[in-house]
Design a protein around this ligand. Structure first.
Ligand SMILES: Nc1nc2c(c(=O)[nH]1)N[C@H]1C(S)=C(S)[C@@H](COP(=O)(O)O)O[C@H]1N2
Ligand SMILES: [Mo]
Length: 489
């Protein structure tokens, strides 16, 4: 029978666990080879769809803090267990060397097995092994003197300091220029020129910055794929051979720059998961023609390196665009580096990042989100936003309201604003439309405030359809309703 660990042993085990996680972070950073990453992926995949949906709707993007905290605790627990095993061996065999080796080896095996990165796994293994070899096993025994305690402090301190240094040294910033982006700068300036002048500079213009552009990821740790490593295969029910293309092939095809807006089906009605960039890429249709799609369902399954998958009609994919550039820079890791697909007019989830495979199907299968109760592969709904940054008092005493409106391929014809709870409506000023089929517009409205106003905004698409008034939750097909805000001036 195993003896119950003493309080002292538990404290040591916890410290050893922390040193393993810190050491792993020191060498890997916030990447898939950090030991917390695979654990987090497991936690997320084991979470029932209903819980995921509840968290997305109610906790929003802070929801990832919940599972990352749990995964961190599990990782510390894992190395704490390994530390404890080593401590017991030291105790039993009386050999610090064998205990340290055992813990180091077990940690290395655990880190390698989970991350698949044997070299970087040493980052977790070394501090745990050292910790066990130096730990003051029993405070009452004289051999664990002050110098030993200093040594153990040094190991823990070293792991901590190298984690911090690793973070500081790691370059998360500068993105390289993407290939074939001649002309993007002009398009960025054109968008700047058409952005409405608004009082608050924090309000996004017609193009969102690469760093401010929203993110929706199923994984906490984005896959890191270099352009050299990347390839994508079109496979399945093809009339011809499978086709594999690499980064050079794709960026060598005729390049275009498109203004294109993305919106996540999971966002709240007035949420912030709506953004626009100038994307550089090439139409996907010629590649599809090359493989001669032959499946019975006329549908495709797209897969990303992170395990994401989504299915939609082949005809929809035909309108798509293989993309490697964002506002003139190469795609950042978080937006699908090196290549993603962009599909005009459809919800964000169709735009697979880190694209690795397109499979032509015979029968439809559910995508990642569809398995979790969402139906987000269809066309986007119409929305007018009024974010906090869009509400500012002007120096002349008036109130300025400004925001964005989006209706996918239907385009925005008009935005209407009410300052009396919906009794009367005024047309807002609109930004000049940007070229492109799938872009938002900006709107602006100023009024004389006198006390509290219930402001309501609604958009009208180019076919004359007014944004749906009936309110619904994001799941399963996107939030509907009109954005209403009470503004007290
Ligand atoms: N591989 C992969 N592609 C993905 C996702 C993902 O988690 N993994 N999320 C999808 C969802 S739900 C949305 S809304 C968009 C968001 O793209 P962005 O993060 O570049 O804004 O990417 C889509 N493509
Ligand atoms: Mo999404």
């Amino acid at each position: 029978m195993l003896q119950r660990p003493t309080g002292h042993e538990l404290r040591l085990a916890a410290l050893g666990g922390v040193s393993g996680v810190a050491g792993s972070y020191a060498v890997s950073g916030y990447t898939p080879s950090f030991v917390v990453a695979p654990i987090d992926a497991l936690v997320v995949s084991l979470t029932p769809g209903a819980v995921v949906q509840f968290v997305i709707e109610n906790v929003g993007s802070a929801g990832h803090l919940l599972h990352i905290a749990l995964s961190l605790a599990l990782a510390v627990g894992l190395f704490a267990g390994v530390t404890l095993a080593g401590l017991r061996l030291v105790d039993g065999a009386g050999s610090r060397l064998s205990g340290g080796l055992l813990s180091g080896l077990l940690s290395w095996v655990a880190a390698t097995a989970t991350t698949g990165a044997p070299l970087l796994a040493v980052g977790a293994a070394a501090p745990v092994g050292l910790f066990v070899a130096l730990a003051p096993l029993d405070r009452t025994r004289p051999r664990f003197d002050a110098s030993r305690r200093r040594a153990i402090g040094a190991v823990a301190g070293f792991a901590g300091v190298s984690a911090v240094t690793g973070t500081l040294l790691r370059d998360d910033g500068s993105l390289a220029a993407a290939p074939n982006t001649a002309g993007v700068e002009e398009q960025l300036q054109a968008a700047e020129g058409r952005s409405l002048s608004v009082n608050n500079a924090d309000l996004t213009g017609l193009v969102s910055g690469v760093r401010e552009f929203y993110n929706t990821d199923i994984a906490e740790f984005d896959p890191e794929i270099t352009a050299e490593e990347w390839s994508m295969t079109i496979t399945g029910e093809t009339g011809a051979d499978d086709l594999t293309v690499d980064y050079g092939d794709v960026t060598g095809m005729p390049a275009e720059h498109r203004y294109l807006t993305l919106r996540c089906v999971g966002e709240q009605l007035n949420g912030h998961k709506l953004d626009t960039a100038v994307w550089t890429g090439t139409p996907i249709a010629p590649l599809l023609d090359e493989v001669d799609p032959a499946g019975d369902c006329d549908c495709v399954l797209l897969r990303g390196e992170d395990g994401y998958f989504v299915r939609y009609p082949t005809e929809v994919l035909r309108t798509g665009f293989l993309t490697w550039g964002m506002n003139g820079q190469e795609l950042p890791t978080s937006h699908g580096h090196p290549v993603r697909v962009l599909i005009p007019g459809h919800w964000g989830e169709t735009n697979v990042k880190w694209l690795t495979e397109i499979e032509l199907l015979d029968e439809p299968v559910d995508g990642y989100w569809e398995r979790r109760g969402w139906q987000g592969t269809g066309t986007v709904t119409t929305v007018a936003k009024l974010w906090d940054e869009g509400i500012t008092p002007l120096s002349d005493g008036r109130m300025e309201l400004a925001g964005h409106a989006y209706a996918g391929l239907r385009g925005i014809q008009r935005v209407e604003v009410s300052t009396d709870g919906g009794d009367s409506w005024t047309d807002a000023t609109l930004s000049e439309p940007l070229p492109g089929d799938d872009v938002w517009r900006q709107w602006r409205h100023r009024y004389d405030p006198d006390g509290a106003h219930e402001v309501v905004v609604r958009a009208v698409d180019r076919d004359g359809n007014v944004q749906t008034e009936a309110e619904s939750n994001p799941a399963p097909t996107g939030a509907t309703g009109w954005v209403r805000r009470t503004i007290d001036a």
